[in-house]
Design a binder for this molecule. Structure first.
Ligand code: COA
Length: 293
């Protein structure tokens, strides 16, 4: 490169960085204030990426990570610019290998119950979030790591990922909702195999039993997860929120109560501008631009 070209390139690079920073501030992004020790919070278009960040310990959960995850989930839930959330692990070995076992010897029954309830509350908050959440499973998803993935709406696994609930091998059982969500996702037969035998299964077997929605080449995990995130982010946010509500909670009621909840939510959606946009786009054969109002 000539001297002039180098100077122009530098100027443009600096300008790009400034524009990127302004874009983040403009959107009142959650990223501007976030600073964490055990996770990373990044934004790509209208998706938030939450990255579990203890790769040397296979992204295992300690109390700090659970607290920081809760904080980050709250931040993205409040951020109107974020329309989809993706959770993954740092590095290529693990999504998360579960709770940090090194803390277990000091756990009293009272502390154990508190840690279990805390995890259950954080994962329930995640499940209840108004925005779609994707687990991009980039390696081991074991114990609490699998429970985290089970609380997400979609699970995409890298082909080298391995999933399981090995707690039984430690003389305990899952404590962050795993026994309950596994049954709902893969049925009694597979849940018993995973929880009672502590079997670790590979990604293709996880796909076969419906534990994950897709398996992709490892190097394409980010790209494929982002593709799904963009698709969800372009959907109607209020309808997506109510769809989650009807599916997650309506299905816990007797059918009659669940279908009545469905009617009320569907009726409510007729009052949104996005429903008008959707219908107008259908009649004019164009693509709707949903805005979340
Ligand atoms: N808690 C604490 N540390 C953990 C951990 C966990 N759940 N899982 C892995 N680690 C640590 C290892 O101790 C090791 O740390 P070190 O390098 O300081 O010794 C590091 O992460 C890498 O793990 P390692 O066991 O060396 O890797 P591996 O490829 O041989 O095996 C696993 C990977 C995931 C199969 C194995 O680590 C494992 O079975 N972990 C426990 C998973 C589990 O039972 N989770 C549920 C907890 S309730």
């Amino acid at each position: 490169m000539t001297g002039l070209r180098v100077a122009v390139f530098r100027e443009l690079s600096a300008l790009n960085i400034e524009i990127a920073a302004l874009k983040i501030l403009d959107g009142e992004s959650c990223l501007s204030q976030a600073s964490y020790n055990t996770i990373k919070l990044e934004r790509e278009d209208s998706a938030a990426w939450i990255i579990l960040n203890r790769p040397h310990k296979l992204n295992t959960f300690n109390e700090e990570m659970m607290d920081e995850l809760y904080d980050a989930l709250n931040a993205v839930e409040k951020d109107a610019g974020i329309r989809c959330v993706v959770i993954t692990g740092e590095g290529d070995r693990a999504f998360s290998a579960g709770a940090d076992i090194t803390a277990f010897p000091k756990v009293t029954p009272v502390k154990g119950e508190e840690f279990s309830r805390k995890g259950q509350k954080v994962f329930a908050f995640l499940e209840e979030m108004s925005k779609p959440v994707i687990a991009a499973i980039n390696g081991y998803a074991l114990g609490g790591g699998l429970e985290l993935a089970l609380s997400c709406d979609f699970r995409i696994a890298a082909e080298h990922a391995e999933l399981g609930s090995p707690e039984i091998n430690l003389g305990i059982i899952p404590g962050w909702g795993g026994t309950q969500r596994l049954v709902r996702v893969v049925g009694f037969k597979n849940a018993k195999r995973l929880v009672m035998l502590g079997e670790r299964i590979k990604a293709d077997e996880a796909l076969r039993i419906g534990l994950v929605d897709a398996v992709v080449p490892s190097e394409k995990l980010r790209q494929e997860s982002m593709k799904l995130a963009q698709r969800l982010a372009s959907g109607p946010p209020i309808a997506l929120k109510y769809a989650k509500y009807a599916l997650n909670f309506g299905s816990q009621f007797p059918l009659e109560a669940g279908t009545r909840l469905e009617s009320l939510l569907m009726a409510l959606l007729f009052s949104t501008n996005d429903a008008k946009r959707g219908v107008e786009a259908f009649t004019s054969r164009s693509k709707p631009e949903f805005k979340g109002d």
